[in-house]
Design a protein around this ligand. Structure first.
Ligand code: ZN
Ligand code: ZN
Length: 320
Protein backbone atom coordinates (compact mmCIF):
# COMPACT_ATOMS: atom_id res chain seq x y z
CA UNK A 1 0.00 0.00 0.00
CA UNK A 2 1.35 3.37 -0.89
CA UNK A 3 0.35 6.77 -2.20
CA UNK A 4 2.03 10.06 -2.96
CA UNK A 5 4.77 10.96 -0.50
CA UNK A 6 5.73 14.53 0.33
CA UNK A 7 9.22 15.76 1.20
CA UNK A 8 9.31 19.07 3.02
CA UNK A 9 12.27 21.25 2.10
CA UNK A 10 13.87 24.68 2.36
CA UNK A 11 17.29 25.60 0.98
CA UNK A 12 18.34 26.70 4.47
CA UNK A 13 18.09 23.06 5.62
CA UNK A 14 21.34 22.58 3.71
CA UNK A 15 23.05 25.36 5.68
CA UNK A 16 24.01 25.70 9.31
CA UNK A 17 22.02 23.57 11.79
CA UNK A 18 22.09 23.37 15.58
CA UNK A 19 24.78 20.77 16.14
CA UNK A 20 28.20 22.30 16.93
CA UNK A 21 29.91 19.81 14.61
CA UNK A 22 29.96 21.37 11.18
CA UNK A 23 30.31 18.01 9.43
CA UNK A 24 26.84 16.94 10.52
CA UNK A 25 25.10 19.86 8.73
CA UNK A 26 25.53 18.13 5.37
CA UNK A 27 23.11 15.32 6.12
CA UNK A 28 20.01 16.99 4.66
CA UNK A 29 21.55 17.82 1.30
CA UNK A 30 23.21 14.40 1.22
CA UNK A 31 19.86 12.70 1.87
CA UNK A 32 18.09 14.60 -0.90
CA UNK A 33 20.82 13.76 -3.39
CA UNK A 34 20.56 10.13 -2.28
CA UNK A 35 16.79 10.22 -2.99
CA UNK A 36 17.61 11.53 -6.48
CA UNK A 37 20.33 8.89 -6.96
CA UNK A 38 17.67 6.20 -6.38
CA UNK A 39 15.13 7.74 -8.72
CA UNK A 40 12.60 8.60 -6.00
CA UNK A 41 11.51 11.87 -7.57
CA UNK A 42 10.45 10.32 -10.86
CA UNK A 43 8.66 7.60 -8.89
CA UNK A 44 6.42 10.20 -7.28
CA UNK A 45 8.28 11.80 -4.36
CA UNK A 46 6.98 15.39 -4.29
CA UNK A 47 8.84 18.36 -2.81
CA UNK A 48 6.99 21.04 -0.86
CA UNK A 49 8.79 24.27 0.08
CA UNK A 50 8.11 25.31 3.64
CA UNK A 51 7.59 28.74 5.17
CA UNK A 52 8.80 29.36 8.72
CA UNK A 53 6.31 28.88 11.56
CA UNK A 54 4.88 32.17 12.83
CA UNK A 55 5.33 33.42 16.38
CA UNK A 56 1.68 32.64 17.14
CA UNK A 57 2.31 29.03 16.17
CA UNK A 58 5.53 28.84 18.21
CA UNK A 59 3.67 30.38 21.15
CA UNK A 60 1.23 27.46 21.21
CA UNK A 61 4.03 25.54 22.96
CA UNK A 62 6.75 28.03 23.92
CA UNK A 63 6.57 30.86 26.47
CA UNK A 64 6.73 34.50 25.38
CA UNK A 65 9.76 35.06 27.63
CA UNK A 66 11.62 32.18 25.98
CA UNK A 67 10.84 33.45 22.45
CA UNK A 68 12.16 36.90 23.50
CA UNK A 69 15.29 35.30 24.96
CA UNK A 70 15.95 33.46 21.69
CA UNK A 71 15.51 36.62 19.63
CA UNK A 72 18.00 38.46 21.86
CA UNK A 73 20.55 35.66 21.57
CA UNK A 74 20.00 35.52 17.83
CA UNK A 75 20.78 39.23 17.63
CA UNK A 76 23.93 38.79 19.69
CA UNK A 77 24.95 35.72 17.69
CA UNK A 78 27.15 34.16 20.36
CA UNK A 79 26.97 32.12 23.54
CA UNK A 80 24.89 29.02 24.16
CA UNK A 81 21.13 28.67 23.93
CA UNK A 82 21.04 26.02 26.63
CA UNK A 83 24.07 26.98 28.69
CA UNK A 84 26.54 24.44 27.35
CA UNK A 85 25.61 22.29 24.35
CA UNK A 86 23.82 24.26 21.68
CA UNK A 87 25.64 27.32 20.28
CA UNK A 88 23.68 30.47 19.38
CA UNK A 89 24.19 32.14 15.99
CA UNK A 90 22.63 34.86 13.87
CA UNK A 91 19.77 33.33 11.90
CA UNK A 92 19.11 30.47 14.31
CA UNK A 93 15.61 31.72 15.13
CA UNK A 94 14.62 31.65 11.47
CA UNK A 95 16.29 28.26 10.99
CA UNK A 96 14.41 26.87 14.01
CA UNK A 97 11.12 28.37 12.84
CA UNK A 98 11.66 26.73 9.43
CA UNK A 99 12.01 23.31 11.06
CA UNK A 100 8.71 23.89 12.86
CA UNK A 101 7.05 25.26 9.72
CA UNK A 102 8.15 22.11 7.90
CA UNK A 103 6.57 19.87 10.50
CA UNK A 104 3.33 21.89 10.42
CA UNK A 105 3.30 21.64 6.63
CA UNK A 106 4.04 17.88 6.66
CA UNK A 107 1.16 17.12 9.02
CA UNK A 108 -1.24 19.43 7.11
CA UNK A 109 -0.32 17.80 3.77
CA UNK A 110 -1.27 14.42 5.20
CA UNK A 111 -4.44 15.42 7.06
CA UNK A 112 -5.56 17.47 4.05
CA UNK A 113 -5.13 14.46 1.77
CA UNK A 114 -2.55 16.06 -0.55
CA UNK A 115 -0.15 13.16 0.12
CA UNK A 116 -0.48 9.84 1.92
CA UNK A 117 2.73 10.26 3.94
CA UNK A 118 5.20 13.07 4.49
CA UNK A 119 8.76 13.52 5.75
CA UNK A 120 10.38 16.60 7.26
CA UNK A 121 14.08 15.74 7.64
CA UNK A 122 14.70 18.92 9.67
CA UNK A 123 12.03 18.10 12.26
CA UNK A 124 12.12 15.87 15.33
CA UNK A 125 13.60 18.41 17.78
CA UNK A 126 12.34 16.47 20.76
CA UNK A 127 14.49 17.89 23.57
CA UNK A 128 13.07 21.44 23.37
CA UNK A 129 10.89 22.40 26.35
CA UNK A 130 8.32 25.23 26.52
CA UNK A 131 10.81 27.57 28.22
CA UNK A 132 14.24 26.20 27.39
CA UNK A 133 16.43 24.70 24.70
CA UNK A 134 18.26 21.43 25.17
CA UNK A 135 20.37 18.99 23.16
CA UNK A 136 20.51 20.90 19.82
CA UNK A 137 16.76 21.62 19.92
CA UNK A 138 15.39 25.16 20.33
CA UNK A 139 11.73 24.64 19.29
CA UNK A 140 9.70 21.45 19.75
CA UNK A 141 8.30 21.14 16.22
CA UNK A 142 6.30 17.98 16.83
CA UNK A 143 4.58 19.51 19.86
CA UNK A 144 3.63 22.63 17.86
CA UNK A 145 2.19 20.38 15.13
CA UNK A 146 0.17 18.40 17.69
CA UNK A 147 -1.35 21.67 19.00
CA UNK A 148 -2.20 22.58 15.40
CA UNK A 149 -3.75 19.16 14.73
CA UNK A 150 -5.83 19.47 17.87
CA UNK A 151 -6.99 22.96 16.88
CA UNK A 152 -8.10 21.53 13.53
CA UNK A 153 -10.20 18.82 15.18
CA UNK A 154 -7.81 15.84 15.16
CA UNK A 155 -8.47 14.32 18.58
CA UNK A 156 -6.18 11.30 18.81
CA UNK A 157 -2.51 11.75 18.00
CA UNK A 158 0.25 9.19 18.62
CA UNK A 159 3.97 9.97 18.63
CA UNK A 160 6.60 7.23 18.22
CA UNK A 161 10.14 8.38 19.00
CA UNK A 162 12.97 6.00 18.08
CA UNK A 163 15.87 8.43 18.59
CA UNK A 164 18.65 7.00 20.78
CA UNK A 165 17.92 9.72 23.34
CA UNK A 166 14.73 10.06 25.36
CA UNK A 167 12.28 12.64 23.94
CA UNK A 168 12.15 14.51 27.23
CA UNK A 169 10.74 17.79 25.90
CA UNK A 170 7.87 16.10 24.09
CA UNK A 171 7.08 13.97 27.14
CA UNK A 172 7.06 17.03 29.44
CA UNK A 173 4.80 19.05 27.12
CA UNK A 174 2.13 16.33 26.90
CA UNK A 175 2.60 14.95 30.43
CA UNK A 176 -0.98 15.77 31.44
CA UNK A 177 -2.67 15.62 28.02
CA UNK A 178 -4.35 12.82 26.10
CA UNK A 179 -1.62 12.49 23.47
CA UNK A 180 0.14 9.13 23.21
CA UNK A 181 3.92 9.58 23.54
CA UNK A 182 5.97 6.40 23.07
CA UNK A 183 9.77 6.51 23.19
CA UNK A 184 12.47 3.86 22.66
CA UNK A 185 15.86 5.08 23.82
CA UNK A 186 19.12 4.24 25.53
CA UNK A 187 18.79 4.70 29.26
CA UNK A 188 21.08 4.52 32.26
CA UNK A 189 24.56 5.34 33.56
CA UNK A 190 24.34 9.12 33.09
CA UNK A 191 23.27 8.90 29.45
CA UNK A 192 21.61 12.12 28.18
CA UNK A 193 19.02 13.35 29.08
CA UNK A 194 18.49 10.88 31.94
CA UNK A 195 14.68 10.80 31.88
CA UNK A 196 12.56 8.13 30.18
CA UNK A 197 12.16 5.42 32.81
CA UNK A 198 9.28 2.97 32.70
CA UNK A 199 7.74 4.62 35.79
CA UNK A 200 7.11 7.87 33.85
CA UNK A 201 3.57 7.36 32.52
CA UNK A 202 1.81 10.76 32.64
CA UNK A 203 -0.75 12.34 34.96
CA UNK A 204 -4.32 13.68 34.80
CA UNK A 205 -5.74 13.49 31.26
CA UNK A 206 -2.33 12.12 30.24
CA UNK A 207 -2.30 9.29 32.78
CA UNK A 208 -1.09 6.17 30.96
CA UNK A 209 -0.43 8.14 27.75
CA UNK A 210 3.36 8.11 28.13
CA UNK A 211 5.13 4.82 27.43
CA UNK A 212 8.90 4.58 27.82
CA UNK A 213 10.81 1.56 26.54
CA UNK A 214 14.34 2.12 27.83
CA UNK A 215 17.16 0.14 26.21
CA UNK A 216 20.42 -0.91 27.80
CA UNK A 217 23.78 0.22 26.47
CA UNK A 218 24.84 -2.16 23.68
CA UNK A 219 21.29 -3.06 22.62
CA UNK A 220 21.23 -4.53 19.12
CA UNK A 221 18.45 -5.18 16.60
CA UNK A 222 16.76 -8.14 18.25
CA UNK A 223 15.94 -6.48 21.59
CA UNK A 224 15.20 -3.17 19.87
CA UNK A 225 12.66 -4.83 17.58
CA UNK A 226 10.98 -6.56 20.54
CA UNK A 227 10.55 -3.14 22.18
CA UNK A 228 9.35 -1.69 18.87
CA UNK A 229 6.62 -4.31 18.67
CA UNK A 230 5.46 -3.47 22.21
CA UNK A 231 5.35 0.18 21.17
CA UNK A 232 3.29 -0.61 18.07
CA UNK A 233 0.81 -2.74 20.02
CA UNK A 234 0.24 0.18 22.40
CA UNK A 235 -0.14 2.61 19.50
CA UNK A 236 -2.58 0.30 17.70
CA UNK A 237 -4.65 0.01 20.88
CA UNK A 238 -4.84 3.79 21.17
CA UNK A 239 -6.51 4.04 17.73
CA UNK A 240 -4.78 7.26 16.66
CA UNK A 241 -6.05 9.36 13.76
CA UNK A 242 -2.45 10.15 12.82
CA UNK A 243 0.95 8.64 13.65
CA UNK A 244 3.98 10.94 13.98
CA UNK A 245 7.39 9.23 13.97
CA UNK A 246 10.53 10.94 15.27
CA UNK A 247 13.04 8.98 13.18
CA UNK A 248 16.34 9.84 14.88
CA UNK A 249 19.02 7.43 13.67
CA UNK A 250 21.70 8.02 16.32
CA UNK A 251 21.20 4.52 17.71
CA UNK A 252 22.96 3.18 14.62
CA UNK A 253 26.18 1.28 15.36
CA UNK A 254 28.05 3.77 13.13
CA UNK A 255 27.00 6.67 15.39
CA UNK A 256 29.05 7.47 18.49
CA UNK A 257 26.38 9.74 20.05
CA UNK A 258 24.89 6.64 21.71
CA UNK A 259 25.93 3.14 22.71
CA UNK A 260 23.15 1.36 20.85
CA UNK A 261 24.33 -1.06 18.16
CA UNK A 262 21.51 -0.98 15.62
CA UNK A 263 21.94 -1.66 11.91
CA UNK A 264 20.08 -0.31 8.87
CA UNK A 265 17.67 -3.25 9.18
CA UNK A 266 16.34 -1.98 12.51
CA UNK A 267 15.38 1.36 10.96
CA UNK A 268 13.92 -0.27 7.87
CA UNK A 269 11.77 -2.35 10.23
CA UNK A 270 10.61 0.83 12.00
CA UNK A 271 9.54 2.28 8.66
CA UNK A 272 7.86 -0.95 7.50
CA UNK A 273 5.99 -1.61 10.72
CA UNK A 274 4.96 2.00 11.42
CA UNK A 275 3.77 2.28 7.81
CA UNK A 276 1.74 -0.94 8.02
CA UNK A 277 0.23 0.10 11.35
CA UNK A 278 -0.72 3.53 9.99
CA UNK A 279 -2.58 1.85 7.13
CA UNK A 280 -4.26 -0.54 9.60
CA UNK A 281 -5.46 2.00 12.13
CA UNK A 282 -5.42 5.55 10.74
CA UNK A 283 -6.00 5.41 7.00
CA UNK A 284 -2.26 5.61 6.33
CA UNK A 285 -1.81 8.98 8.07
CA UNK A 286 1.92 8.73 8.77
CA UNK A 287 4.36 11.61 9.09
CA UNK A 288 8.08 11.14 9.71
CA UNK A 289 10.66 13.57 11.02
CA UNK A 290 14.42 13.53 11.40
CA UNK A 291 16.10 13.84 14.77
CA UNK A 292 19.51 12.70 15.95
CA UNK A 293 22.01 11.15 13.55
CA UNK A 294 25.53 12.48 13.30
CA UNK A 295 27.23 10.43 10.60
CA UNK A 296 25.80 12.10 7.48
CA UNK A 297 26.41 9.14 5.12
CA UNK A 298 24.63 6.77 7.51
CA UNK A 299 21.72 9.14 8.06
CA UNK A 300 21.26 9.67 4.31
CA UNK A 301 21.39 5.92 3.61
CA UNK A 302 18.94 5.03 6.39
CA UNK A 303 16.51 7.81 5.47
CA UNK A 304 16.66 6.66 1.84
CA UNK A 305 15.71 3.11 2.83
CA UNK A 306 12.95 4.39 5.14
CA UNK A 307 11.45 6.73 2.56
CA UNK A 308 11.70 4.02 -0.09
CA UNK A 309 9.80 1.72 2.25
CA UNK A 310 6.91 4.04 3.05
CA UNK A 311 6.69 5.35 -0.53
CA UNK A 312 6.97 1.92 -2.16
CA UNK A 313 9.86 3.29 -4.22
CA UNK A 314 12.27 0.95 -5.95
CA UNK A 315 16.01 1.60 -5.90
CA UNK A 316 16.45 2.72 -9.51
CA UNK A 317 19.10 4.82 -11.22
CA UNK A 318 19.53 8.55 -10.88
CA UNK A 319 16.66 10.96 -11.62
CA UNK A 320 17.34 12.92 -14.81
ZN1 ZN B 1 1.48 3.85 2.38
ZN1 ZN C 1 19.43 11.60 19.84
Amino acid sequence: MSGAVGLVWHERFAGRGFVPRRASWSRYALAVSSFADRGFFRQGLRVFGTPPAGDDELASVHTAAYLRFLRELDGRGEGFVDGAQTPAYRGMYFRGALAVGGTLLATRLVTGGTVAHAFNPAGGLHHAHPDRASGFCIFNDIAVAVRDLRARGVRRVAILDVDAHHGDGTQAIFWDEDVLVVSLHEHGAGFFPGTGGTDETGIGDGAGCTLNLPLARGTSNRAFLRALDLALVRIGGYRPEILLVQFGTDGHADDRFSHLELSDDAYIAVAERAHALAHDVCGGALVMFGGGGYVPETVARVWTSALGTIGGFRMLGRDG
